[in-house]
Every structure is written in structure tokens, then in C-alpha cells.
Design a protein around this ligand. Structure first.
Ligand SMILES: *Cc1c(COP(=O)(O)O)cnc(C)c1O
Length: 369
């Protein structure tokens, strides 16, 4: 991978925990389909976040899809979804033939704006479910969002794909809603090469999710199916990587926090450089260090200047209501997410970075100022 500085790349443990679990899978020939690593990865993650049960799946996207199905979302149903997110949050709404309504962010959290959510409830009282995202590892304003969902009797799904290790008021994100999902894609805070997890305190629903994820095979000697199924289960090899990665999650969060603090110390005095919000109730995992720029350089100038030094960075997610595929769906809000997209920049936040890498990044930014 050379000398390139990455945004956020896979980082296996120095101790080789992942290999140990993968090796066990090989030695027992439990390569697939299921096996001890899958069961234990589910138990360990559920324990870690404080949820009653978990289902290990092939991706975070698959987990969102089955959470929607568990929530009873189907043809024609309305689902509220933040506009400022990765498309993987919104795509499964379409898989279920439901209709997304996109909700703006606020500047306090960068996540779903409770005021815009309230307005959306007035406009769409028939809404079936709300998906809230904890973007870049920053928690959303959960008390207000939960209160609104309860008042309107609507199911809440938390897309915590980017926020494993983030606490809201001392409790793990992903455990506030009826369903929570995590992702172990390559650039997330921990990775299994690819994979996801659905968590819920509703054990019956989680069992159902596992059933749907293995082609909805009825209990019968022959292959019998009474429901639509999917091939969404995590393999036992992949789950072994996940078990190893869970052991270093705290280390990764600490390093991400150090990276954020370094940038803050070096760059926050530059006029027009503003850091992602911090809130007293939020204890983020600092998955990515994100800034907004209103100074002499635009985000794309900086991305190019960093690229010239072989350093990866990227813009903030382009809002869903501005995407060609999604722009005909309704959007409730003002222009907060658009402004964050126009001015936002994700700085390299790779946990393999050393002091001199961080210095190199800071130098490029300062030279443009
Ligand atoms: C990565 C991500 C997902 C999807 O997870 P996959 O495991 O890649 O399918 C969903 N939502 C958000 C916000 C993400 O960042």
C-alpha cells in the first residue's frame, strides 16, 4: 500500500487475534455456513453494546433491509431517513418498495434535525418507521428523536454503521431504537472485510431476521418456504475476523480520538476552519475527523492539495435529496445538509497514521491558508 496516507483503512490487531479465530474455523472445517465464530461474534457484540440479541449478516445494508422488514415496512409505506448520509441508509427503503422522505440535519449534531422531523410527522402522519443515523460517529439528538417517535407510535431504526463505540449519555448508540445496525465494511472503525450486524432487545424478531437471512427455510426435512428469503448470513470465517477486531475496538477509538485532538490543536486557530460539533451528551468514536471550511480554500482545493502529497481525504456525504436517483422524493428541511456538503471535508483518520503523517497533513492545510 506504499506511503499513501488513507482516510480509514483496515487495521488488524498486532496480537493476531483475528488469525487465531480464522485458523480455528479452518481447523474445524467450519468455513461455512455457520459455526462458533458466528454465534460468539453475535453474543460478544450484543454484550458489548448492551443489547439482548444480535444477528450477524453479510453487510450493514442487509441489516437495514431486514430491520425494515422486521418493522413491517412494505409497499407504499413512508419511511423518514436523514438526507445527509451514505446511500446505503436509503437504498433498502426502495428494496421494500416503500417511499423515503428525507429529513435535514441541524448544525448542533450534523444528524437528523428534531424540528424537521417534527414537521415531517405533521406532513406524513401515516409514516411507518424512522431511520436515524449517527454520522461520522457523532450521536444524533436521541432524547428528542425518541420522544417524537413514541408520541407518533413509530418504529425507530438506528443506523449505527459508523458509530460502533459511540455512547450517547453513557449508552451505546445502536441500542436506543427498536432495531440497531452496525457495519464492518473495510473503512469502518473495525472491519471483517465486509459484514454487518442487527441488534435488538426483541429476541423473537432477531430470530426471524436470521430465518429470513438464510432463505426462510421452514422446519422440514425437505426444502420448504412459506416466506420470501435472502442469502444474507455472515460466514464463520468472516465472523472470526470480527471477534478479533472486537478486542481492539477500544484501542481504535482511542487512536481516532488522538487524531481528532491533534487536528484540533493544529488547525482550529486557522480562520474559517470549524470542527464537527461536540455535545455534552455525546462520547463519539471519532471514526472520521471532519471540518467545514469557510476560509481561503474550498474543500476541493484541499482534497487536491492533499492528493498531490499522496494523502486521501473526501467531501462530506452528498445529501440524498440532491442525488439523481433520489431527488424526486420529498425533503423536509432548510439548507443545513447542503451547506455541510458544500463546506465539509473528511480529513485522513486512519489509525495506522503516525505523528509524522499527521504533521504532513497539517502542513498541507496550513500552506493553503
Ligand atoms: C457503511 C455504511 C452503511 C452500509 O454498511 P455496509 O456494511 O457497507 O453495507 C450504512 N449506513 C452508513 C451511514 C454507512 O456509513
Amino acid at each position: 500500500m506504499g506511503d499513501r496516507i488513507y482516510l480509514s483503512s483496515p487495521h488488524m490487531s498486532d496480537e493476531g487475534y483475528e488469525m487465531k479465530f480464522v485458523k480455528e474455523a479452518f481447523e474445524t472445517n467450519w468455513i461455512a455456513p455457520l459455526g462458533e465464530n458466528v454465534n460468539e461474534f453475535e453474543n460478544e457484540l450484543a454484550d458489548l453494546v448492551g443489547s439482548k440479541s444480535a444477528a450477524a449478516l453479510s453487510s450493514g445494508t442487509a441489516a437495514i433491509h431486514l430491520a425494515l422488514r422486521a418493522a413491517g415496512v412494505g409497499e407504499g409505506d413512508v419511511v423518514f431517513c436523514p438526507t445527509l448520509t451514505f446511500s446505503a441508509t436509503a437504498n433498502p427503503i426502495i428494496y421494500q418498495n416503500a417511499t423515503p422522505v428525507f429529513i435535514d440535519s441541524n448544525y448542533e449534531t450534523w444528524n437528523m434535525c428534531p424540528k424537521a422531523l417534527e414537521e415531517a410527522f405533521r406532513k406524513y402522519p401515516q409514516v411507518k418507521a424512522v431511520i436515524v443515523v449517527h454520522l461520522y460517529g457523532l450521536s444524533a439528538d436521541m432524547d428528542k428523536i425518541i420522544e417524537l417517535c413514541q408520541k407518533n407510535n413509530v418504529i425507530l431504526i438506528e443506523d449505527a454503521a459508523e458509530s460502533l463505540g459511540t455512547y450517547y449519555k453513557g449508552k451505546h448508540t445502536g441500542t436506543f431504537g427498536d432495531y440497531g445496525i452496525f457495519s464492518f465494511n473495510g473503512n469502518k472503525i473495525i472491519t471483517t472485510s465486509g459484514g454487518g450486524m442487527l441488534v435488538s432487545n426483541n429476541e423473537k424478531k432477531v430470530a426471524k431476521v436470521r430465518f429470513w437471512a438464510t432463505q426462510s427455510r421452514d422446519v422440514a426435512r425437505h426444502y420448504q418456504h412459506s416466506e420470501l428469503g435472502y442469502n444474507y448470513r455472515m460466514s464463520n470465517v468472516v465472523a472470526g475476523i470480527g471477534r478479533g477486531q472486537l478486542k481492539v475496538l477500544d484501542q481504535r477509538v482511542q487512536k481516532k480520538k488522538n487524531i481528532y485532538e491533534y487536528y484540533k490543536k493544529e488547525l482550529s486557530s486557522l480562520p474559517g476552519v470549524n470542527f464537527m460539533p461536540s455535545n455534552v451528551w455525546d462520547n463519539p468514536n471519532y471514526w472520521l475527523s471532519v471540518v467545514t471550511l469557510n476560509g481561503p480554500a474550498r474543500p476541493f482545493d484541499l482534497i487536491e492539495a492533499l492528493e498531490a502529497e499522496n494523502i486521501e481525504s473526501r467531501p462530506v456525504w452528498k445529501p440524498m435529496h440532491l442525488q439523481p436517483y433520489f431527488n424526486h422524493y420529498d425533503y423536509v428541511g432548510t439548507d443545513v445538509s447542503e451547506k455541510l456538503f458544500e463546506n465539509g471535508l473528511c480529513l485522513p483518520s486512519d489509525t495506522k497514521m503516525v505523528e509524522k503523517d499527521l504533521e504532513k497533513v497539517a502542513k498541507v492545510v496550513k500552506e493553503l491558508w
